[in-house]
Design a protein around this ligand. Sequence first.
Ligand code: FAD
Ligand code: NAI
Length: 466
Amino acid sequence: MSYDLVVIGTGPGGYVCAIRAAQLGLKVAVVEKRATFGGTCLNIGCIPSKALLHASHLFEEAGHSFAKMGIGVSTPKLDIKAMLGFKDQAVEGNTKGVAFLMKKNKIDTYHGTATIAAPGKVDVAMDDGSAQSLETKAIVIATGSDVARLPGIEIDETRIVSSTGALTLEKVPGKLVVVGAGVIGLELGSVWRRLGAQVTVVEFLDRILPGMDLDVAKSYQRILQKQGFEFTLSSKVTGVDSSGKTLKVSVEPAAGGEAKVLEADVVLVAIGRVPFTEGLGLEALGVEKDKRGRIVTDHYYRTNVPGIFAIGDVITGPMLAHKAEDEGVAIAELLAGQAGHVNYDVIPAVVYASPEVASVGKTEEELKAEGIAYKVGKFPFLANGRAKANDETEGFVKVLADETTDKVLGVHIIGMEAGEMIHEAAVLMEFGGSSEDLARTCHAHPTRSEAVKEAAMAVEKRSIHM
Ligand code: FAD
Ligand code: NAI
């Protein structure tokens, strides 16, 4: 078979790229080695984790918050099997949706493992045991990422789990030790804490959520501690003894020193993800990778081998589904002769625990490091009418604007639905807007988004409700 484009991998990068290219008139095929489409995100990432976050949040709310609003319910009972079933349905609905979109856009689909035999030639070892050879003008590698492992600690996905195993635990662990205070650790730690686990997070650095604004990270740590999370910062896990009924987790200070032992029923290893390129045949082709195993691309997603492109988790940049999707659109448009691009200065990041954390643009630490003079406007949800009405007053909005031009350079939010609120800041920043623009935009009352406007007003110390 002969194509304009063969996309390897159908995660958010790959399937979006395929659809956009088909919309633009290219003859497109995708190759996927997983039984279902949607990649990490739909199968074992964004979607199942959010389904469990939603269900576990409601479980906790029913147990703790309903009574004070005058809603009498008997103590909620957990049916873990049914909750996992709810999550599986969410996954199925989404992956089937992608299968439908493939058909709708007349994209040929191959279920099997792809190897790039040469530029313009993709060999597929099909799941049914047969082989296919596809001729194509362009190849986009969108093979995503895999779990980073800790040397000497074997993940069995039952007692010592990665995020994948943490999405399928059949019983709530009494004690859960999470290695890594990044996004996965806090989100999946939240799920199991809400369902009854005692959660201890061991983090190598002296802070949680590296990369997020430090002020935000510190406040968020306090909020999580109030919820029952325990943090052991500046520490590393050096081994897990799984010989007994209870796991024995050895934890040492990051700088070295005396080890202590934590007991756990389950250990979740969440220390990051690594690009996945196994079996593609890149070494034989001479496709360049960096020290961290990421495929090196230029501004147009070209690798050093003509006709071979790469996007998503397998290249540099944040390992986020929406970043992969936007790159998928950009490369499809470039291949169709248009001017696709991604603005890497405006990629929102969200932690979907409760309350949520959302961020777009620069942190204070980044602005300081770059020597950019900035102004800060901050507004707490404690002073927001809607947050007070709902009794959800934790968190704040912080707007960072250029000292001289007033251009908004970063917005950081801790609060309920922060992940929805962040997008007005993203749109503003995409248009190069100022804090004055944000402050003078009429916001509906009573909404939490008024706190975004008030934080923008606070940049010039003129917020009304503070
Ligand atoms: P992937 O989604 O990893 O897809 C790659 C696909 O390529 C896979 O299906 C794989 O089977 C296939 N493949 C690999 N090699 C071959 C081959 N040789 N032949 C054929 N097929 C191949 N991001 C967010 O933005 N928001 C979130 O809420 C979020 N939550 C997450 C929660 C968890 C638990 C995890 C693990 C990740 C989460 N992420 C989230 C990250 C997000 O899943 C990734 O950034 C995103 O999936 C990357 O998309 P991708 O298209 O680059 O690759
Ligand atoms: P991460 O990079 O967010 O966090 C990993 C944490 O582990 C860091 O704080 C790091 O300092 C720590 N760490 C590393 N080695 C350690 C060690 N030996 N001992 C103790 N701590 C150690 O990675 P995470 O949470 O695994 O997530 C992987 C990727 O998936 C991220 O890049 C993230 O963007 C993406 N993701 C995104 C989500 C979202 O957008 N809501 C949700 C889940 C994942």
